[in-house]
Ligand binder design. Structure first.
Ligand code: EPU
Length: 302
């Protein structure tokens, strides 16, 4: 979608917004799939309510992009503009064991910054790609750790009230790859409370998790991480693997040879290829196990 309304184009600089016309989502997602649209890079959180009111008033649909690492986007000209938060403060801000960090911060860098201050607990999240905001929304987890455990407060743009609010931990529920945030809420910043741990111990934990991940996941290929959530008590990757589907492809979308719940873009996969692969694998798993796998990857395919 191209913003053409001169009134809006003229207002964007006042909101501290940089417009990137015709941005390709294939270049902003880890799968390397997605069409083009105007991307609005937001430099000042405080302007979000007014900016969104302006877009809504003009009938311009929008979506908020985090790190683009757990996302499948449709091809062609996209029917919405993309909002993305610029990373405001590269530093984690400490108050005792509490850490304040921007939602746009890289999750891995946040984990290592905290380690330098002898604050641990999040070692398992080290190889999870993407932003702190994306991790919060999905309650990202790995190796027995999930980010929700450490959340004390979240500052969000609350779409229902069209304003910026701070939620306390008891106002948010964090479950397996699911939270109580509304789909159009926008994470802005978070306060985490982390246990004290010696730096060396944290770094050793990080090293072990990195090793496990490197040996079991296709980290050097274009993917969105795990495609399906694990069903209760089961493993989607193991089920797909047991059906002999590693290497199974639709166009250039392919079930990874390394981890069967990772679907990779092996060359020039389209969104339709990836959706076709997701559908076929889901059907095969359902036929064999009677289990309906739920997507873990977020779809912007309508
Ligand atoms: N397995 C196979 N074949 C495969 C893949 C896995 O037999 O192709 C087996 C493994 O040998 C193991 C079991 O399935 O016995 C579980 O595999 P793994 O330890 O790799 O964990 P997972 O359940 O497949 C989950 C998360 C990952 C996270 C890892 C490590 C989900 C959907 N996936 O994977 O998260 O990195 O644990 O904790 O919860 C993601 O969220 O995108 C993601 C990759």
């Amino acid at each position: 979608m191209k913003i053409r309304d001169p009134h809006i184009l003229a207002a964007l600089p006042d909101f501290g917004v940089d417009r990137i016309p015709g941005a390709s989502l294939a270049e902003h997602t880890s799968l390397g799939i997605g069409g083009t649209t105007d991307l609005l890079l937001i430099q000042r959180h405080s302007t979000l309510p007014e900016l969104i009111a302006l877009l809504r008033g003009a009938g311009i649909a929008y979506k908020l992009l985090g790190g683009g690492t757990n996302l499948l986007v449709r091809d062609g000209e996209l029917p919405w503009v993309i909002l993305q938060l610029a990373h405001q403060d590269p530093e984690v801000r400490l108050e005792g064991n509490s850490v304040n960090v921007d939602a746009a911060a890289d999750l891995g860098r946040t984990v290592t910054s905290c380690a330098k201050h002898d604050l641990g607990g999040m070692e398992g999240l080290i190889g999870v790609p993407g932003t702190v905001g994306g991790a919060l929304r999905m309650n990202a987890g790995a190796y027995g750790t999930q980010i929700g455990t450490y959340v004390r407060q979240v500052k969000i743009y609350r779409a229902a009230d069209s304003r910026i609010e701070t939620l306390w931990e008891n106002q948010i529920s964090f479950e397996y790859r699911h939270t109580s945030f509304a789909p159009d809420d926008i994470m802005l910043a978070v306060k985490l409370e982390l246990p004290s741990k010696p730096y060396r111990e944290i770094i050793e934990g990080i090293r072990i998790c990195n090793e496990k991940r490197r040996s079991s996941q296709p980290l050097n290929q274009k993917s969105a991480g795990c495609i399906f959530k694990n069903p209760p008590g089961g493993s989607a990757g193991r089920m797909i693997d047991e059906l002999g589907l590693k290497g199974f492809s639709v166009g250039d979308a392919r079930v990874s040879d390394r981890h069967a719940n990772f679907f990779v873009n092996s060359a020039h996969a389209t969104c339709a290829d990836m959706l076709g692969l997701i559908t076929q694998v889901r059907e095969r798993v359902h036929a064999a196990y009677g289990v309906e796998l739920e997507n873990e990857v977020i779809l912007w395919t309508q």
